[in-house]
Design a protein around this ligand. Structure first.
Ligand code: ATP
Ligand code: MG
Length: 581
């Protein structure tokens, strides 16, 4: 076996043991070199692993997808029915002449057609790209045009509101398939249900090279213009492995990932990982609503719940004890991703649900979870956990030309990952230069700063772009924000560096108060004193502003660059992913 080519995968393979998926990937890599072509029935395809494998097994009648409509009614799709529906969609694409590697986009809420289109696209060896439905026409245009979309699946309302006006600017977009239209509108705007009805429900997945492009994902745009990260079918190794090790999927589990597929979490873990692991995946059509969420956990008897700090903080703010109201006995594991999870929130989980919330770290570019507090290890609240098997992380000092790995525990530096893990992005579309700049020697630069402690746990410090330089100190926003959150009046906090002629930058905090507190001078002074006492004068904020809501991306990340631009009266930059409240 060409082990030297497959370092990360070797560890993953050992970890997966009885599962033949990774061996197929290995064999393929060997054979590809020798055969110089695509042999029959070989290769590795995400949709095969997610559906066909189960539909042809004793899991055929297990519920793969349980869809909860806005009105709370549900619709179930077994692995077998999903197999036929996705095969129909793959046939639709083939009938329309869509070829390997061409891009199929969706722009819709969380409706079954989105999931069918995603998996059907992968079956047809085309590339799937989800768009978040609340984007305005311009962000939709940017992504469709940069991604060279050939097909777009959307609803009539979204088509009329956001897409129709763009058509003459999108020459490569050939077909628009409308999910809620019974008849074709014209020769390019077609009825999704009608095409599905006319297509056959059997489809044989063509040989798929594990290195074939599978998914295109735009980043959250927290630090600037969103980048289009391209992933390949081999990523499924990571989806499977993290599904098993981090989300702890077991036979019969019901899983709920609250992220929208418009963000990578909603695809890697809201579609692929649970299906690859053969569990039941709950999809809620509606947006965040605390009462609704708790009743979903209860009614659907969710075992594993994957959510984000922004939602957790909103639930914390409500100050209720859900276990007094809801029966949450099925719940076994809660995981969080997207932003740092403050130790406060981890412990709130312990108090509220009887289990700590397990933080894990990854990004669009990594395609899957890389660092985690996973269930089989000791949790360190406030840390991101440890790198997963097959993942090598390190803390490094970086200059324009050098990279120096820091071995001393506790020292802050750039978080880097040893490259070539299966779900690593293979390109930023139309930005080869930027892609290349992410790598030096065998290391990938994540753009995040962190620390590694003596036990091997990683602690998030901040994004390199958000770091504050004050009086010769490098201050990471996370540490300051976590401390502010410990104050009784503080619901949410974000800090930025505000230029100062004497000390470089001062730390300025924006604070959302808990219900029942008002932002008067007394509260302000109290928070400033509290922070100074905890953090020391050099690191503590010198200024505070109270604010109703922090500006956030649609994926729930605090947009510190926007707070800074507004504070300094500078242009706001790309705000296509800003959540409008
Ligand atoms: P852009 O790259 O466009 O600025 P983004 O980095 O926010 O946007 P994503 O790929 O969705 O886009 O987010 C990944 C980033 O989110 C990570 O690089 C990190 O900064 C942050 N993040 C994710 N999970 C965690 C976590 N558990 N702890 C701390 N930060 C996290
Ligand atoms: Mg990023």
């Amino acid at each position: 076996m060409a082990a030297e080519l497959l370092t990360g995968q070797g560890v993953i393979a050992n970890n997966l043991q009885n599962y033949d998926l990774c061996y197929r990937s290995f064999n393929w890599q060997q054979e590809r070199g020798e055969l110089n072509g695509l042999p029959e029935n070989k290769g590795l395809n995400i949709a095969y692993e997610a559906i066909e494998r189960h539909a042809n097994s004793e899991l055929a009648n297990t519920i793969a997808l349980r869809w909860i409509r806005k009105d709370h009614t549900t619709q179930d799709f077994s692995y077998s029915s999903l197999q036929h529906l996705t095969s129909r969609f793959a046939n639709v694409l083939v009938n329309l002449g869509i070829k390997r590697g061409e891009k199929v986009f969706t722009l819709s809420g969380r409706i079954p057609e989105l999931y069918i289109a995603a998996l059907g696209t992968l079956k047809a060896t085309a590339v799937y790209c989800p768009l978040f439905p609340v984007f305005g026409p311009e962000p939709v245009f940017q992504r469709l045009s940069r991604g060279e979309a050939k097909v777009l699946v959307t609803t009539r309302a979204l088509f009329e509101k956001k897409v129709k006006q763009l058509l003459n600017r999108l020459p490569s977009l050939q077909y628009i398939l409308i999910t809620d239209e019974e008849a074709h509108i014209d020769k390019n705007v077609l009825s999704f249900p009608r095409l599905m009805e006319e297509a056959g429900d059997e489809f044989s997945i063509p040989p798929t090279d594990p290195e074939d492009a599978a998914l295109l994902h735009f980043t959250s745009g927290t630090t600037g213009m969103p980048k289009g990260a391209l992933h390949v079918h081999n990523a499924v190794l990571m989806h499977y492995m993290t599904g098993k090790n981090v989300l702890d999927f077991h036979k019969g589990d019901v899983f709920w990932c609250t992220a929208d597929p418009g963000w990578v979490t909603g695809t890697s873990y809201g579609i692929i990982a649970p299906l690859v692991c053969g569990v039941t995946n709950v999809v809620d059509e509606e947006e965040f609503d605390a009462v609704r969420w708790y009743s979903i956990l209860e009614k659907q008897q969710v075992n594993v719940w994957y959510t984000a700090p922004t939602a957790i903080r909103r639930l914390m703010r409500m100050n209720i004890k859900p276990r007094d109201i809801y029966n949450l006995q099925s719940l076994r594991l809660i995981c969080s991703v997207g932003e740092p999870l403050h130790a406060e929130a981890v412990m709130w989980g312990e108090k509220t649900f009887g289990m700590p919330i397990l933080d894990n770290w990854w990004q669009t570019e990594t395609g899957g979870i890389m660092i985690a507090n996973y269930p089989s290890m000791k949790v360190k609240p406030g840390s991101m956990g440890k790198p997963l098997p097959g993942t090598e992380a390190a803390i490094a000092e970086i200059t324009d030309t050098t990279i120096n790995i820091i071995t001393e525990p506790g020292k802050q530096g750039h978080l880097v990952l040893k490259k070539d893990w299966p779900s690593m992005f293979r390109a930023y579309i139309h930005d080869e230069d930027r892609y290349k700049k992410c790598f030096r020697n065998e290391w990938y630069f994540t753009g995040d700063l962190a620390r590694k402690d003596a036990d091997g746990y990683y602690w998030f410090v901040g994004r390199a772009d958000d770091i504050i330089k004050t009086s010769g100190h490098m201050v990471g926003p996370f540490e300051v924000e976590s401390t502010l959150m410990e104050h009784v009046a503080v619901a949410e906090a974000a800090v930025i560096g505000k230029p100062d002629p004497v000390i470089g930058e001062i730390v300025k905090a924006f604070i959302v108060l808990k219900h029942g507190f008002t932002g008067n001078e007394k509260v302000q002074l109290d928070i400033l004193a509290f922070a100074r006492q905890k953090l020391g004068a050099a690191v503590a904020p010198k200024e505070i502003s109270f604010i109703e809501e922090l500006p956030k991306t649609r994926s729930g990340k605090i947009l510190r660059r926007l707070l800074k631009a507004r504070e300094l009266g500078l242009p706001e930059g790309d705000i296509s992913t800003l959540e409008k409240s």
